[in-house]
Ligand binder design. Structure first.
Ligand SMILES: NC(=O)c1ccc[n+]([C@@H]2O[C@H](COP(=O)([O-])OP(=O)(O)OC[C@H]3O[C@@H](n4cnc5c(N)ncnc54)[C@H](O)[C@@H]3O)[C@@H](O)[C@H]2O)c1
Length: 263
């Protein structure tokens, strides 16, 4: 098992990528703190991990609330005695064209997606550094690297996460801390049935945009997080890894020869 004896705190792990990562890490021997604003789903994830023989505990946390983040870290230490891995992964998203985005949507998105990541990192470092080291993984996005319509606050926050990752990596490189970011492209976090309910035009456009012709699965992102959390990535720090089915490898230009991904 690749995370035997480790404790991982994963924010936004009641659903989607965070949930898949919590389940994967637990199967690899980690004790997992499921931290999420959603009490019902978060508790369910922790219960299922324990039912499957793993170690997990849920703590209700809004990562934009500093007192709740302090409590999350205290909870992890009281339950499992240490923190080896912090996966900053929770998000919220206020959308709208730049001129129409509300101040509240802007602020809430920055508070959760950027300030929440920084503050969780700050508090976790207070435990990791005296313990001799640890790993921090930040879920960014392809939207950190290029623009998506109406996502100014989200894109700005995620771009900030990339440089927060780099600064954390170099500030603590000699303290046994590694910090890396993951940049997912479109990952489908709901059921197959729910995808069939997406309007045809939208699902076709989505699949067409990705050279691999499909959306990613949360479990695929969890596999990348596992690599970054484990000692297998012992010389990897300050990096951001794309996981996007080739989305970002394109310029976005139409094929001038008529050839495309569908051949
Ligand atoms: N799914 C994608 O296509 C995609 C693409 C790029 C990046 N990402 C990133 O991946 C991460 C996970 O996304 P997902 O698609 O799995 O999302 P999701 O909606 O499935 O899960 C997000 C979780 O975060 C929790 N959450 C929301 N606000 C919170 C807060 N303030 N404090 C604590 N928890 C909170 C939610 O309750 C939920 O359980 C996010 O950082 C997101 O930006 C996702």
């Amino acid at each position: 098992m690749r995370l035997e004896g480790k404790t991982a705190v994963i924010t936004g792990s009641a659903h989607g990528i965070g949930r898949a990562t919590a389940e994967r890490f637990a199967r690899e021997g980690a004790a997992v703190v499921v931290a999420d604003i959603n009490q019902e789903l978060g508790q369910r994830v922790a219960d299922r991990i324990r039912k499957d023989g793993g170690r997990a505990a849920f703590v209700e946390t809004d990562i934009s609330d500093h007192a709740q983040v302090d409590a999350m870290v205290e909870f992890a230490c009281s339950q499992f005695g240490r923190i080896d891995i912090l996966h900053n992964n929770a998000y919220t998203l206020g959308a709208g064209r730049v001129g129409e985005l509300s101040t509240d949507d802007w602020q809430r998105t920055i508070d959760v997606c950027l300030t929440g990541y920084w503050y969780s990192t700050k508090v976790a470092l207070g435990v990791m550094v005296p313990n001799g080291g640890g790993v921090i993984i930040n879920t960014a996005s392809v939207a950190a690297l290029a623009a998506d319509y109406t996502l100014a606050a989200y894109s700005a926050a995620k771009a900030g996460v990339i440089n927060l990752t780099r600064v954390t990596a170099i500030d603590y490189a000699r303290k046994g801390i590694r910090c890396n970011a993951i940049c997912p492209g479109p990952i489908w976090t709901h059921s197959e049935k729910a995808f069939q309910e997406v309007p045809d035009e939208m699902s076709k456009a989505l699949l067409h945009a990705v050279p691999m012709g499909r959306l990613g699965r949360p479990e695929e992102v969890a596999n990348l997080a596992l690599f970054l959390a484990s000692d297998e990535s012992s010389f990897v720090t300050g990096s951001h890894c794309l996981i996007d089915g080739g989305l970002f490898a394109q310029t976005g230009m139409p094929s001038l020869s008529g050839a495309g991904a569908e051949w």
